[in-house]
Design a protein around this ligand. Structure first.
Ligand SMILES: [Zn+2]
Length: 262
């Protein structure tokens, strides 16, 4: 039928991701795309002089200024990641009197949404794209749990008949310690080697790690009481991989011949 109504592939992916995380007990949270410096950078342990705050990497909104919780001047940006929702959610739990040492308290969320980077566009980069992050904070949070949750998420998303393993490579992100780049076992060849994984059996998929104690502390959570883990990746990249789309711009130029295939 020519005039059937179709959801955009990114919308379909976000719905699917939210369902997968919901089955594992994670709530989906969404929030502001116009964000203050505190929630986008400071609270995430991103140094004042970190390159990601540069005008060339970040869209700063002129003429809007405010004060952070320490009454310091701050600017506003189009959020550069969905991690602002990690901060906002942790702050909310603390303001509700949770995460005060009770061992039953925990936070389990997934945050999908639009993010923005001030960069040139090409086949794999857009100034606007979508991210999904998950955050778990509890007394017993561990890297092993992060690996388990991430493997379950990726296996379900790609509809793999067996669990897709992930491997971690040490890397630096200000908000996690230790920080890692995560590769997943190729969903197409299951690690044997194919064109999707460039015959390596592995695909770079995202970043992951234990939440930096300073990040927990910045929201009012005692890092001696609680630990957290987080994983994040690009939704556009997940969709491109899953459906074999090699140019990101195809997802955004509104071509119905593309959208109608979903
Ligand atoms: Zn492969």
């Amino acid at each position: 039928m020519q005039n059937q109504i179709h959801s955009h592939p990114i919308t379909i992916a976000i719905d699917k991701i939210s369902r997968i995380f919901s089955d594992m007990g994670f709530d989906t949270v969404e929030g502001p795309e116009l964000e203050d410096e505190w929630h986008n950078f400071d609270a995430l342990n991103v140094a004042k002089d970190h390159s990601s705050r540069d005008m060339q990497d970040t869209f700063w909104i002129k003429d809007i200024r405010g004060k952070n919780k320490y009454n310091e001047d701050q600017g506003y940006v189009l959020r550069t990641h969905t991690s602002n929702m990690q901060i906002r959610t942790m702050e909310k739990y603390v303001s509700l009197g949770k995460m005060q040492g009770n061992k039953e308290d925990y936070i389990a969320i997934c945050c999908p949404g639009k993010v923005f980077r001030n960069e040139a566009t090409d086949a794999t980069h857009e100034a606007q794209f979508h991210q999904i992050e998950m955050l778990y904070v509890a007394k017993d949070a561990s890297l092993a749990m992060m690996i388990g949750v991430t493997q379950k998420f990726l296996s379900e998303f790609f509809g793999s008949s067996h669990e897709l393993k992930i491997r971690l490579r040490s890397s630096y992100f200000p908000f996690v310690e230790p920080g890692n780049e995560a590769d997943m076992q190729c969903f197409k060849c299951e690690g044997k080697g194919c064109n999707v994984c460039k015959n390596t059996g592995w695909i770079e998929i995202g970043g992951a790690g234990m939440v930096h104690p300073k990040v927990l502390e910045s929201t009012g959570i005692d890092s001696r009481e609680y630990r957290g883990f987080a994983f994040g990746c690009g939704i556009d990249r997940l969709v491109m991989l899953k459906y074999g789309i090699d140019d990101l711009r195809l997802l955004y130029n509104g071509d119905l011949r593309v959208v109608n295939q979903f």
